[in-house]
Design a protein around this ligand. Structure first.
Ligand SMILES: Nc1ncnc2c1ncn2[C@@H]1O[C@H](COP(=O)(O)OP(=O)(O)OP(=O)(O)O)[C@@H](O)[C@H]1O
Length: 350
């Protein structure tokens, strides 16, 4: 490498590193990694053609419907990633071509600390390869099932719900609705932080109301069950279900028969076990409160002076509902307002 190029790279490394808060113990390693990254031909080059030759493949992390996921290392930088391979034949057979393209398109554009980042993607004649951020502790669902009583304590639930809410807030600001929030679609990093994954059902919907029924039975919101159109509020509904499942161990409307689940969702009856604290009930009901069809489902706020383990979430949701109200009025309110205006105008002209 010429000394000019070397100097330029060293300068870039300093600039890059100065923005990060790197613990002293790993300072040298991080500088080395950043230097390798900056020297890589793909750095700042969107047209770089990634291929399987760029990666060393390790063990299998898991298996999905259409392919497998491996731990892998990018050869030049040593950067560890998860490489998801999808078989083209299987995708065509399962008629999910559009869904797969959408997943790639949406996930590769989202950048948020609690969203699993798609770093790159490429394909060969048989397979599509997704280069994903590695989430060292795997599926959150497994942790839920193996924890005491099959549920999380309030502290952990609050932390996870807050992180998912933050990721969803970012998605909604970017007009993306996830539509399949559940513990199986959340991964955990080595530091125990949530990464929202699996954007297979997600949609980029700048203004349209949506009608496709999708997601997972126990998490379906009432407007989907009723075949009505819906908006990003469906993710809020699922967040309420998620919070309940974290605390109780299973979703609130779960039943043996599908029809029974539908009925329960439509009725909106929720049973809270005794060990659920008033603060937690309050929070779950507030999540539902931001869901326009479910104002009446609100559990009465029993806690006049709440001591919040859920404080962060609570604060977050307060902001979230303000955001909703500012940016978008629920349809019914809008209609009432329009009708009032029409009536006023009409009565003047009489
Ligand atoms: N980025 C990742 N980091 C660590 N493990 C992962 C990562 N992505 C996937 N895995 C593991 O691989 C498994 C399979 O993941 P994949 O996304 O292919 O399938 P899935 O979402 O479980 O199923 P489906 O095919 O229905 O989407 C996951 O359950 C998880 O354990």
């Amino acid at each position: 490498m010429s000394s000019n190029k070397e100097n330029r790279i060293n300068k870039q490394v300093e600039q890059y590193v100065s923005k990060l808060k790197i613990p002293k113990q790993i300072d040298l390693e991080m500088r080395h990694l950043v230097k390798c990254m900056i020297s890589h031909d793909a750095f700042g080059n969107r047209n770089y053609k990634w291929s399987l030759n760029d990666f060393e493949l390790g063990g299998r992390l898991g298996r999905g419907k259409f392919g497998r996921v491996y731990i892998a290392r990018e050869k030049k930088t040593g950067f560890v990633v998860a490489l998801k391979t999808l078989f083209k034949k299987e995708i065509v057979k399962g008629r999910v071509e559009r869904q797969t393209l959408r997943e790639i398109e949406i996930q590769s554009h989202l950048k948020h600390p609690n969203i699993l980042q798609m770093l790159a993607w490429f394909h060969d004649s048989h397979r599509i390869y997704l280069v994903l951020e590695y989430a060292g502790k795997g599926e959150l669902y497994k942790h839920l099932k193996s924890s005491e009583g099959g549920r999380f304590n309030e502290y952990l639930s609050a932390k996870y719900v807050y992180q998912v809410a933050d990721a969803l807030h970012y998605c909604h600001q970017n007009n993306v609705i996830h539509r399949d929030i559940k513990p199986e679609n959340l991964l955990l990093t080595i530091t125990g932080d949530v990464k929202l994954a699996d954007f297979g059902w997600s949609v980029h919907a700048p203004s349209l109301n949506r009608e496709t029924m999708c997601g997972t039975l126990d998490y379906l919101p009432p407007e989907m069950v009723g075949g009505q159109s819906y908006k990003h509020y469906v993710d809020h509904w699922c967040l309420g279900i998620l919070c309940y499942e974290f605390l109780v161990g299973n979703p609130p409307f779960e039943s043996k028969e599908q029809e029974e689940t539908y009925k329960k969702i439509k009725k909106g009856y929720v049973y809270y076990p005794e060990y659920i604290s008033a603060g937690a009930k309050d929070l779950i009901s507030k999540v539902w409160l931001t869901h326009p069809l479910r104002g009446w489902l609100v559990y009465p706020s029993t806690n006049p002076n709440p001591k919040f383990t859920f404080f962060k979430c609570e604060f977050y949701f307060r902001n979230m509902s303000v955001y909703n109200r500012k940016s978008e009025k629920p349809d019914i309110m809008l209609r009432v307002e329009i009708e009032r205006k029409i009536y006023k105008k009409h009565s003047k002209s009489i």
